[in-house]
Design a protein. Sequence first.
Length: 416
Amino acid sequence: MKSVIYLDNAATTRVRPEVIEAMLPFYTGNFANPSSTYKVAQENRACIEECRKSIAATIKADAKEIYFTAGGSEADNWALKSAAEAYAMSDKPPLCNNKNTVFDNYGYTGRKCLKGHIITTNIEHHAILHTALYLEKMGCDVTYLNVDERGIVRLKDLKKAIRPDTFLISVMYANNEIGTIEPVKEIGEIALENNILFHTDAVQAYGHIPIDVNECNIDMLSASGHKLNGPKGTGFLYIREGVELGSFIHGGAQEMGKRAGTENVPGIVGLSKACGLAEVSMKERTIKELSLRDHLIDRILSEIPYARLNGDAKRRLPNNVNISFQFVEGEALLVMLDMEGICASAGSACTSGLSTPSHVLTAIGLPEEIARGSLRMTISEDNTFEELDHVVDVLKDKIFKLRSVSPEYEDYIRNR
Ligand SMILES: *Cc1c(COP(=O)(O)O)cnc(C)c1O
């Protein structure tokens, strides 16, 4: 068995050797700036456009709808901020491809504040939540939908929240902590019926489950390279043709004039390679991950008392296991696992280290003392049954030890 058992693939993933191999020539061989005019530079330009095309195909989009970014957080920021700016400048959601809804940043009339209404959820990643908070400060109203006990958005709540000035719905495709997959197709229908822009943070879903932007009426979609065995600092925002958003980074004409900066050619090549590999391996990988995931869940729930699975058992990412252990401090358990060479997470990577329970576990209604005993293990196809069996054995031992020194557990057993 490996000396480290890595069960934190929702935080980041190993870069595949084929991905690195594809990237290397663009650092040392043809390193030309794709905006230059000579032949080798134009070869790089052509290579980027090939990558754009092949990534577009994985979500049934068109190449010109894919904009490369430096990751998921940037794509999320771009989608929300640019939609809010476009709405503030025009009074109309930037939805249709007619003259009245084409905006550029020079049409701005000088108002200082943003306006209008955004609907999102209270289980989004901080890249969405903190951007929404910022937009609230700038003048937008934001509704944060509550989710049910499985972490699923209630469609009737979504419909009820819609106002005449709602210009954007942003709901994640799948949650990064509990793995719950949202009813994206139904949300897309509601958005379309009401002429509202629909953005989805698909960072955890893309490359792991099939996505079709047309079937789901998705107008904007964020994805990140390092969550699917690609390089960190790479990603893309899909923007449906006809949705006219302004530039996110001002400068040169890269990314159709919307995201300036010399292209990260090796990064784009690596991202594209990772997306392609994820696509072709998805079916087989999912089968393998599901059997590993369900083996881990079944053994834990049947062998460790006072444990519960968080998130929906069925509508769930194939690699996500999130369990709350009663009478256990999640942070203490993590440290003990770490000493055994087991890498896992107490919540999202962004909240671990803080002692407040995760906003997602609170949102699905877990009382604080249960939420604090939560452990997220996100597997990959590289894990083995042997590794997972070892992890369960370690968990049983550590949880027994932690409970044996827990006054709450002692009280509970005494009063049972
Ligand atoms: C990781 C993650 C992000 C951020 O992506 P980066 O590429 O790390 O910026 C955004 N949303 C979700 C759901 C994530 O899991």
